[in-house]
Design a protein around this ligand. Structure first.
Ligand code: ATP
Length: 598
């Protein structure tokens, strides 16, 4: 996925207002937390108690100093120290409880969100995926959920803790030291306004740095992915220069940012700490006039520190919440998508598979509604018949099979199986009866046995072996030291094209569907593999209604009927013999061409 896209989303999040609608969508995601609300309540209570206990600390620390001056209302140093230790102990216990229970809530509810999202994703229709990027969707399950996790496990607790500290802290301060507190609060606006202005500027600059870094990283990614090309063109120097130029931009932006960060720190040191000095100066004056005690001075200073820290903390939390609301809106949007489902309210079951009929089917892809790919296709396939779709690349052959699988709906016209409109058939029912051997065989990262049994997850090993034998795959599988347990895919054995095809054929044999869609691979195999695959296909096609997207003469010859597709129409149809005898026919020309090539 383009890196810029994700950054745009993040940038949008920053601008997102924490408004009613946003909070509503955040709360909606909260329904995933509901099953664990017992834990949440325990967590929240521990949190409140630990925040309050923390606030007892400045009070008692002050009292400790006063106790030294015998001004602590008769309490001794030891008594106050024991009380302080008691508070620390309580704080420690509540903190543990809080972290443990919040983790429980967040981990479990996030697992539920992930599962719900994944379940939603796999149930969505194919057009949905064509309108979106895979990277965008995976980032829902990864980054967006991670964002929620941060909030549930940490930010939420932190927000409540800081809010309690701020409100209770200021209340206590006002009760105990009204004058001093008012003086302190008067310095707040300058600090807050200053921090906001600088903060904005710095964020902008750091976004620029991030962008330029992202660009530099793209160069690394591209060149590493295409390292063969880089070497073949001996462009190592060129790429290094490109990379170092990009890095120069990064440095420029980063240094610019550092300038403002430096200014912010100077501002904080001078104004913020200056403000604190002012407050302490005032407190010290009051102390020197014996209006307050030394303990008061310490309590007050500590309190002020706590309150100040919670103000700073809340600012950070606000920007976290902005991001979370963005994330939860995106998650909610995805969860609200409609699953792919049967169009008719009365679903029909497909007990017996009979004839397949396409009646005057017109179709445009949802992503390109202005281009009609199929322009009135009528096809009849009798039960058990084998037909071939032939035609040049892009003529619409695969589209015809996608419509039978109901990945898409025809714009007009309809498709029926055994006389029932496929849109009335329960989707699962329909697809249960169809097996497919695609051009590009996708093997999942797992064992060979698992890959074959993808067509029938509960199959026994004997059934899997039997399917492999029929698919001419047994021999090569058993040559692997780990046989059927050999792991294939990215981190396993790499299978050759012909071997992969035979695994896919075994998969289809095991599924044993009444209808078979065969998308013949265009890439040619060597003669021996070709023979093995062809034999396996013959075995697979036996007694099944078969639609073959055919590229090879050997296959086409064996079918009962051929449709030549061109420009969204059926241009010719008939048996191999009929069509090959047609003078100047498309099929007969095609035959001649293939014959000449071979
Ligand atoms: N998912 C899609 N979204 C939009 N257009 C598509 C999509 N898939 C295919 N098309 C377009 O529809 C037309 C028919 O494509 P289709 O894949 O059915 O052709 P084909 O005859 O199977 O070709 P090939 O033999 O190369 O596989 C093409 O012009 C193609 O660009």
């Amino acid at each position: 996925m383009a890196r810029g896209n994700r950054d745009d989303i993040l940038e949008e999040d920053k601008k997102r207002k924490v408004n009613k609608a946003g909070i509503k969508s955040f709360l909606e995601i909260f329904r995933f937390v509901r099953p664990y609300k017992g834990y949440l309540i325990v967590g929240l209570i521990s949190l409140a108690l630990s925040a309050l206990a923390t606030l007892g600390f400045p009070l008692l620390a002050g009292k400790l100093v006063d106790a030294a001056d015998n001004k602590a209302g008769g309490y001794s140093i030891n008594q106050v120290t024991i009380a302080l230790m008691g508070i620390l102990l309580l704080n420690a216990i509540f903190a543990f409880l809080r972290i443990r229970t919040f983790a429980n809530v967040s981990e479990k509810s996030l697992r539920d969100i992930r599962v719900a999202l994944y379940d939603k994703l796999v149930h969505l229709s194919i057009p949905f995926f064509e309108e979106r990027r895979v990277g965008e969707l995976t980032s829902r399950i990864t980054s967006d959920v991670q964002q929620l996790q941060d909030v549930l496990s940490f930010t939420l607790a932190e927000f409540l803790r800081q809010a309690i500290t701020l409100v209770v802290g200021i209340l206590l301060l006002l009760v105990f030291y009204p004058k001093l507190t008012l003086f302190m609060l008067a310095t707040f606006p300058i600090i807050v306004i200053g921090a906001i202005i600088f903060g904005r500027y710095i964020r902008k600059l750091s976004k620029k740095t991030q962008d330029s870094l992202a660009y530099a990283n793209t160069i690394v990614m591209e060149t590493l992915q295409g390292v063969h090309t880089v070497k073949a063109y001996t462009n190592e120097m060129y790429e290094t220069t490109r990379y170092s130029n990009a890095l120069a931009k990064v440095i420029q932006n980063a240094l610019n940012g550092a300038k403002y960060r430096g200014l912010l720190v100077s501002f904080i040191i001078f104004v913020v700490l200056g403000g604190i000095v002012g407050v302490i100066w005032y407190a010290a004056t009051l102390y020197s006039q014996r209006i307050i005690t030394a303990g008061d001075l310490i309590s007050f200073t500590l309190f002020t520190g706590f309150v100040g820290a919670s103000v700073a903390g809340l600012g950070e939390i606000y920007s976290q919440l902005q991001k979370t609301i963005g994330a939860s809106e995106r998650i909610r949007e995805l969860l609200a998508q409609e699953n792919e489902q049967t169009t008719f309210p009365e679903k029909e079951t497909l007990k017996q598979v009979g004839d397949i009929v396409f009646s005057n089917v017109h179709f445009s892809y949802p992503t390109r509604p202005d281009i009609e790919v199929l322009k009135g296709i009528t096809i009849q396939i009798r039960n058990g018949q084998k037909i071939a779709l032939v035609g040049h690349s892009g003529s619409g052959k695969s589209t015809i099979t996608s419509l039978l699988l109901r990945y898409y709906q025809p714009s007009t016209g309809n498709i029926s199986v055994s006389g029932i409109d496929i849109e009335a058939i329960e989707l699962k029912e329909l697809r249960k009866h169809i097996g497919i051997v695609p051009q590009d065989v996708l093997l999942f990262g797992g064992s060979i046995a698992e890959n074959i049994s993808y067509g029938k997850p509960l199959a026994t090993l004997d059934e899997i072996k039997d399917a492999a034998r029929k698919a001419n795959a047994l021999e090569f599988i058993e040559k692997f030291p780990e046989g059927f347990n050999t792991v294939v895919g990215e981190r396993g054995v790499k299978l050759s094209g012909g071997q992969r095809q035979r695994i896919a054929i075994a998969r289809a044999i095991l599924k044993d569907p009444e209808i078979l869609i065969l998308d013949e691979a265009t890439s040619s195999l060597d003669a021996e593999s070709e023979r093995l695959v062809q034999e396996a296909l013959d075995e697979l096609m036996k007694d099944r209604t078969t639609i073959i997207i055919a590229h090879r003469l050997a296959t086409i010859r064996k079918v009962d009927y051929i449709y030549v597709i061109g420009d969204g129409h059926i241009q010719e149809q008939g048996t191999h013999d009929d069509l090959s005898e047609m003078e100047n026919g498309i099929y007969s020309n095609l035959l001649r061409l293939q014959f000449e090539i071979s």
